[in-house]
Design a protein. Structure first.
Length: 349
């Protein structure tokens, strides 16, 4: 059985498409756990309708809003399946996702299966296929995959847009045994670390995995909403990210992942000035306030040190110019590049 955990908060516009895609799966032995996080819209009522008509759907109701990480943790805690999947309430999956993931696990006797995804914009769908054929990592090779969860190395730096494509919580079939046995793995609250709680979880999970299969099919459909809270300007985000990087560093040392992992983490910190900069540019303040935010970002100790060791020769020309401006703290050029990238992202929608 596969237990699918869905955190649900104010998602009445999307939750039916999400649940319909799960209940229509060609594989039927499912436990669907919806964790309702005190929505203020009609989300709860819609989920209750699904609970009433399909015994596979279970409902957990929070008494106060706790956030996505707590919802995922609570869902995992009551899960009963041999396998775990996580899905965001505004996303959906293809009809054969569960069946093909299980077949891959059995074919390779793997404890973990992952796959690519499609970004769903308002007017278009763009597949994000970063594995072009089925790949298998044996136990002796999984260290290299885990490094990719931490950050890019060498030629991988040439695609900064793929840094977080590998680490999503969704798009994976996890072994429940690896998650819950021993010291159970937990998602850290983004109120503490700002973002990338899925990367932190996966660093520890993949250190436990013995064989991983990655499929090229973009089974998951990830809704890109530029108005979501994760894309809004938050002045405290750089401070929270510092705590995230500190916790990642602690994982690297605890798991004895070595110098390559330390370098991968430094690369993650350096590349993350892109996302932090874009979010800063979405603030409602005047241009001078945005400029000041970018100026301060490039002079933070952690970002400055990471950028100093960043190897620019791996990047295509446009990315090289962007990270050159960050590395040398050329704030006017960095701001101009942020504007250009922001226009490209908006055009995608």
């Amino acid at each position: 059985m596969i237990s699918i955990i869905i955190p649900a908060y104010n998602c009445e516009q999307y939750i039916e498409q999400c649940l319909d895609s799960i209940l229509a799966q060609s594989y039927h032995d499912l436990q669907v756990i919806c964790v309702e996080d005190c929505s203020t819209d009609g989300t709860l009522e819609l989920i209750e309708q699904y609970v009433a008509k399909d015994a596979r759907v279970k409902l957990i109701r929070h008494t106060h809003n706790q956030g996505m990480s707590a919802s995922r943790n609570d869902g995992i805690a009551i899960s009963e399946g041999e396998w775990l999947m996580l899905l965001d309430s505004d996303d959906w999956i293809d009809r054969d996702t569960c069946q093909q993931a299980l077949e891959a696990a059995r074919r390779h006797q793997a404890d973990t299966v992952a796959w690519c995804y499609t970004r769903e914009f308002m007017n278009k769908s763009l597949p994000k296929v970063f594995v072009t054929e089925e790949q298998v990592w044996e136990e002796k090779d999984i260290h290299q995959l885990n490094l990719r969860m931490i950050g890019p190395l060498g030629a991988e730096l040439g695609r900064p847009d793929l840094m977080d494509a590998w680490v999503t919580a969704w798009g994976k079939l996890y072994s429940r045994k690896l998650v819950v046995e021993g010291a159970p793995l937990q998602y850290v609250d983004t109120k503490m670390i700002g973002t990338a709680e899925d990367a932190l979880f996966n660093i520890e999970y993949f250190a436990r995995a013995k064989k991983v299969v990655w499929l090229p099919q973009p089974f998951n459909h990830y809704r890109k909403d530029m108005l979501s809270s994760s894309n809004r300007h938050r002045k405290d985000l750089p401070d929270k990210c510092d705590l995230l990087y500190e916790m990642m560093g602690q994982c690297v040392e605890k798991l004895q992942l070595g110098d390559d992992a330390r370098k991968a983490l430094q690369n993650r910190i350096a590349l993350s000035v892109l996302g932090l900069g874009i979010i800063a540019m979405r603030g409602k303040g005047r241009w001078m306030e945005k400029y000041k935010s970018l100026y301060q970002l490039l002079r933070r100790d952690r970002q400055r040190q990471a950028l100093a060791q960043l190897e620019l020769h791996h990047f295509p020309v446009h990315w090289r110019l962007f990270y050159f401006s960050a590395k040398h703290r050329l704030t006017p050029l960095f701001m101009a590049m942020q504007l250009a990238i922001g226009r490209i992202i908006n055009k995608d929608q």
